[in-house]
Ligand binder design. Structure first.
Ligand SMILES: [Zn+2]
Ligand SMILES: [Zn+2]
Length: 289
């Protein structure tokens, strides 16, 4: 089975049923010899639990807070001993909240807003993971043909924030860029060289860890994929935002979420240079300014 279903042509690619299992495999691969090995392996366990939730709940209506609560409980059950004690305690507190409060926290997180200093903070990635499963199911149940098209800054299927861009070879043989949704993992087409946040197409530079101390070579129109990294950061000199670019041309198993968390060092380097992270990844929720 392919990871994506081309249900709406090349402009919108919906996530398939293997989206979380393939993400888990990628995270496990990237964890080997990685300085953040334990964190990546926990993300892999979380993605495996999400896969199990998706498989059991895909035929159900899940767009309310009661279903969100069910998904959180299912995630807890599938993670079992892999859930750290502080996350387990925070999750129990989260589940004890009434529906209105839980829904308000979920709505805020969906838009990238959360309190990293809250006593519940250790449960935010679990809430984000549940929202991802919920969004993936809801999007599959709606009329994709009725969704808006265009190069939007947010997901046309669910309104989610972008996590990263994904490059792959298009039908013409040229690289095609889609932006991946942080929630439902749908991918929508955006021009190859363009800041997703502000629309700037000129003042962009690309940084990779392969060239840790220097900017990556600028795109060469004759050899556009030569000497490029699997994980790069598109840095905009207009709005000073930076969004990860994950290349399936370089590695066919690359995944927006997995490769993003495995290359957080890139964001730190870019942050030192004055660029702010645009991508929202519920697996990684740092303190906000
Ligand atoms: Zn979405
Ligand atoms: Zn910009």
């Amino acid at each position: 089975m392919t990871q994506f279903l081309d249900t709406a042509g090349p402009t919108l690619r919906l996530a398939g049923m293997t989206v979380f299992s393939r993400r888990a495999e990628r995270l496990t691969t990237l964890a080997a010899d990685h300085p953040m090995r334990d964190f990546l392996l926990f993300c892999a366990a979380l993605a495996r639990a999400q896969h199990a939730c998706l498989a059991t709940r895909v035929e159900h209506a899940v767009a309310d807070s009661a279903s969100l609560r069910q998904l959180l409980t299912l995630l807890q059950r599938h993670l079992d001993v892999e859930l750290p004690p502080d996350s387990h305690g925070a999750l129990l507190c989260l589940l004890a909240l009434d529906d209105a409060v839980l829904q308000a926290l979920a709505d805020a997180l969906r838009h990238g807003r959360y309190d990293a200093h809250s006593p519940l903070a250790a449960a935010w990635p679990l809430l984000g993971a549940a929202l991802q499963v919920q969004a993936t199911i809801v999007v599959r149940q709606q009329d994709v043909a009725a969704l808006p098209t265009g190069e939007s800054a947010c997901c046309p299927a669910c309104g989610g924030l972008p996590v990263a861009s994904v490059l792959r070879r298009g039908d013409s043989g040229h690289a095609v860029r889609h932006v991946c949704c942080s929630l439902c993992a749908s991918e929508w087409h955006v021009s190859r060289v363009k800041c997703v946040a502000c629309g700037n197409t000129r003042q962009l530079q690309y940084r990779s860890l392969a060239s840790r101390d220097a900017a990556a070579p600028q795109p060469d129109r004759k050899q556009p994929h030569a000497h490029r990294g699997t994980q790069e950061l598109e840095c905009c000199d207009s709005c000073h935002g930076a969004l990860k670019v994950v290349s399936r041309l370089q590695d066919g198993n690359a995944d927006a979420f997995a490769d993003d968390v495995a290359s957080l060092a890139l964001d730190l380097l870019a942050g030192d240079a004055g660029y702010g992270r645009i991508g929202f990844n519920p697996y990684f929720l740092p303190a906000q300014d």
